[in-house]
Design a protein around this ligand. Sequence first.
Ligand SMILES: *[C@@H]1O[C@H](CO)[C@@H](O)[C@H](O)[C@H]1NC(C)=O
Ligand SMILES: *[C@@H]1O[C@H](CO)[C@@H](O)[C@H](O)[C@H]1NC(C)=O
Ligand SMILES: *[C@@H]1O[C@H](CO)[C@@H](O)[C@H](O)[C@H]1NC(C)=O
Length: 106
Amino acid sequence: MGNTFLYLALLVIFHFPMTIFCLKSTTILTDQSALLAFKDHLVHDPESLLATNWSASTPVCNWLGVGCGSKHHRVIALNLSGLGLVGTLPPHLGNLSFLSYFHKKQ
Ligand SMILES: *[C@@H]1O[C@H](CO)[C@@H](O)[C@H](O)[C@H]1NC(C)=O
Ligand SMILES: *[C@@H]1O[C@H](CO)[C@@H](O)[C@H](O)[C@H]1NC(C)=O
Ligand SMILES: *[C@@H]1O[C@H](CO)[C@@H](O)[C@H](O)[C@H]1NC(C)=O
């Protein structure tokens, strides 16, 4: 399972150069919907952390494990290690145009 995530994470990173051409059309709301899609694709969230914490009623940048850039205020980092999450990565993650650090490990 861990290897599958790593492989998919690398796919996301290798798609990064292509998303650069789409920067103008994405906003923090794009980042929010990408992460909500990620949450929807989880099959296991042991402590229901994301289920309660990743709520559209709170700013994405305040979500657990999400880091935003101080300058452009977009999601630049995801650190979901240690949460025991299991699931697949939806293509929506490719919309995270500013993401530069993604860590998913069992
Ligand atoms: C989500 O988790 C973060 C980090 O632990 C915390 O600062 C924030 O208040 C939480 N938000 C909600 C709605 O629980
Ligand atoms: C990622 O989160 C884990 C668990 O909260 C923490 O131990 C680790 O230091 C974090 N890593 C980074 C690079 O922030
Ligand atoms: C995000 O990505 C999905 C799937 O790749 C795509 O269908 C959708 O149009 C994108 N949304 C935005 C706002 O870019």
